[in-house]
Design a protein around this ligand. Structure first.
Ligand code: ZN
Length: 385
């Protein structure tokens, strides 16, 4: 029996969209159950029929992920299929966000594209193999992850399990083009310290805001210089962006403190920690009194080589299944869960839908793309790279 098809894709995706799994994004979570629980229960029920090994993972009380494990024809390092169950909020969308709507071959709803389309395509690929009683080439682990949209605790908890992996496919909306490289990121606060004084006698103080302006200019210059060294055919250069600024206490006093929140995006080939260290030591040349807050977020870049055999095979399969012979590898400026497993496995990001509809009102996915994605995942599972 063939499992993968329009009917099964519409049914599973409609079911999952109708089960809200909104990430509170750091705000208080009132419910007693973790955010992803309804979708985890749904998948447990789906895979329960096949007697496969499953494990719920709880990185914290707010989130839950599900691991589904299937034996391969061979033992040893396996294939990870990963997609996330949580979605961004839908307050701007209103009541219909969780009422799946099928129109002109597209399914609309919060999470329809990001990322339940990938979850469904991966689930269908596995169920197709299970129904046929066919063993994948390598052991397979499906991680339906929680908390991708906020702090990635789902994939990070999985990474601590040291599950042996040879290859990993992370499902995100890529329009079925394999992404092999994306940027990494490191975020922290830079605080410039000054000395307050009455603003009628600013010469008696040391203006932290004026110091912060010099830091800003330095960051721009640093970004420009990095851009001369690090380039990629698939994405823009490294960026150093100040995303928040806080300084000063009152109208009539020189500011004694000014804090800049920095979002530093690094290219493949750069290490976030080392790049941050270099930036910090270059700031010393300004002669300001500066302190650096602890790292808030650090995600490595994805740097799979275009020659990687698994990536090349994935590209071929994508071309064949979609009929788009001109399909090429892609890169992305944003980070994904792929970064957390890429060190140990040949890793690509690949999934149905387009990033432009993700997080937006009227988020949707073409059902035909979900079906194609399921066929691509199935092919990759069943064959050696
Ligand atoms: Zn996503």
């Amino acid at each position: 029996m063939r499992v993968i098809g329009v009917e099964s894709a519409v049914r599973l995706l409609s079911d999952l969209v109708a089960l809200p799994t909104v990430n509170p994004m750091g705000r208080p979570h009132a419910a007693a159950e973790p955010v992803e629980r309804p979708a985890v229960d749904y998948l447990v029920n789906l895979f329960g029929r096949y007697g496969v090994e499953m494990q719920r993972l709880r990185p914290n009380p707010v989130h839950e992920s599900l691991l589904v494990k299937i034996a391969g024809r061979r033992r040893g390092p396996g294939t990870l299929l990963e997609a996330h169950l949580d979605t961004v909020p839908a307050e701007d969308w209103g009541e219909t966000a969780f009422v799946p709507r099928l129109q002109d071959g597209r399914l609309f709803g919060r999470g329809a594209c990001d990322d339940k389309a990938s979850v469904v395509a991966m689930a269908l690929a596995l169920v197709e193999a299970l129904e046929a009683g066919a063993r994948p080439a390598l052991p397979v682990v499906l991680l339906a992850a929680g908390d991708e949209e906020h702090t990635q605790t789902g994939i990070r908890q999985f990474a601590t399990l040291d599950y042996p992996l040879a290859r990993a496919v992370v499902g995100e909306p890529t329009r079925l083009a394999p992404i092999i490289q994306h940027k990494g990121v490191v975020r922290w606060e830079i605080t410039v310290h000054g000395r307050s004084a009455h603003s009628s006698r600013p010469e008696l103080g040391r203006d932290a805001i004026a110091g912060a302006v010099r830091v800003l200019r330095h960051l721009e210059e640093h970004e420009r210089r990095l851009g001369e060294t690090f380039v990629s055919p698939w994405m823009t250069g490294p960026t150093v962006t100040v995303t928040m600024i806080h300084g000063g206490r009152t109208y009539n006093a020189v500011a004694d403190e000014c804090t800049l929140s920095v979002d530093f995006r690094v290219l493949p080939g750069m290490q976030p920690a080392g790049s941050r260290d270099e930036l910090i030591s270059s700031l010393a040349a300004l002669g300001l009194e500066i302190t650096h807050g602890e790292v808030q977020v650090m995600m490595p870049p994805l740097a799979t080589a275009a020659e990687d055999p698994f990536a090349r095979r994935a590209l071929e399969v994508c071309r064949r299944v979609t009929g788009r012979g001109d399909l090429e590898f892609a890169g992305a400026p944003y980070g994904t869960d792929a970064a957390w497993v890429a060190e140990q496995a040949s890793t690509i990001v690949l999934g149905p839908g387009g990033i432009e509809t993700a997080h937006a009102v009227d988020e949707h996915v073409e059902i035909a793309e979900v079906v194609s994605a399921a066929r691509i995942y199935h092919d990759l599972l069943m064959t050696d790279a």
